[in-house]
Design a protein around this ligand. Structure first.
Ligand code: SAH
Length: 251
């Protein structure tokens, strides 16, 4: 596992041009070229090779999911040309879609097996949820910003990820009715580990969560529940995440 400081900052990037899908017409025998070929397949493969495998992520299933999920569909069209660069991008409401490497690192750290029940805190664009769905997980995801929860649900549906369980609300409290979970991933940073998330882990389950002050040093933790009241913590390095905010009136 890669340690050290993982800075997820947005840089100024050279814009690469958008490619367009092209379906060749055939004059002789009927061929059935895919109507909506994904013009970003090569860019996605390049990102997986140079920004994810080269940086130490090994799990073949995670790599395959990163090759498959069309990240550009989860960002506004004006950022499509940057969708396969290894950095976060704005998704509106002051929020960001995480850097692809961080998504892969966190997903790998969850130690998933097909069919696991996984809770995500911070649906955002829906991209991480799609990666989990692509891996064959039973996905539960909570988003506190209403319009983001709605647009993520729409994109996921359009892409055929129809079996996810999505909720608008404060993920600090987890999803009690659906607990316990094999794994929980938080994609926004609280300043302490929320107790409800720890309590909603199965024995042996893992919580991957960035913890730290807003705009300050945050550390990415992998926390495994090894017995009823015993948790083992492992640091995955320093990170920069948007804060986990709280609904007014909750504590
Ligand atoms: N996983 C997302 C990353 C989104 S950024 C993706 O793949 O795009 C983190 C998200 O957490 C933001 O959308 C933010 O609104 C949300 N968030 C912040 N505090 C939250 C809370 N208490 N409960 C649920 N979501 C929260």
């Amino acid at each position: 596992m890669r340690l050290g400081i993982l800075l997820a900052t947005c840089g100024l990037l050279a814009a690469s041009s958008l490619l367009t899908a092209c379906v060749e017409a055939s004059t002789s025998s009927p061929t059935f070229a895919p109507l909506a070929a994904d013009p970003f397949t090569a860019a996605r493969e390049e990102l997986v090779e140079s920004g994810i495998i080269a940086w130490g992520v090994e799990d073949p299933a995670v790599l395959q999911a990163m090759r498959t999920v069309p990240r550009h569909r989860f960002v506004p069209p004006e950022y499509w040309d940057q969708a396969y660069k290894n950095h976060p991008l704005p998704i509106g409401f002051g929020q960001t879609i995480s850097q692809p490497y961080i998504v892969a690192l966190m997903t790998e750290a969850l130690g998933l097996e097909i069919g696991d029940r996984v809770l995500e805190i911070g649906t955002g664009s829906g991209y991480q949820a799609a990666v989990l769905a692509e891996l064959g997980m039973e996905v539960y995801s909570i988003e506190i910003v209403g319009p983001l929860a709605e647009s993520a649900a729409n994109v996921l549906e359009e892409l055929g990820y129809t079996k996810l369980n999505l909720k608008h609300g404060d993920g600090y409290f987890g999803w009690e009715e659906a607990a316990p979970f094999d794994a929980i991933i938080a994609t926004a940073a609280p300043d302490h580990v929320p107790q409800p998330l720890l309590r909603q882990l199965k024995l042996g389950g893992i919580l991957v969560i960035p913890v730290g002050p807003v705009g300050g040093f945050q550390e990415l933790w992998s926390i495994r529940r090894t017995a009823e009241d015993v948790y083992e913590n492992k640091s995955l390095g320093g990170v920069t995440f948007v804060p986990l905010v709280r609904e007014a009136g909750t504590d």
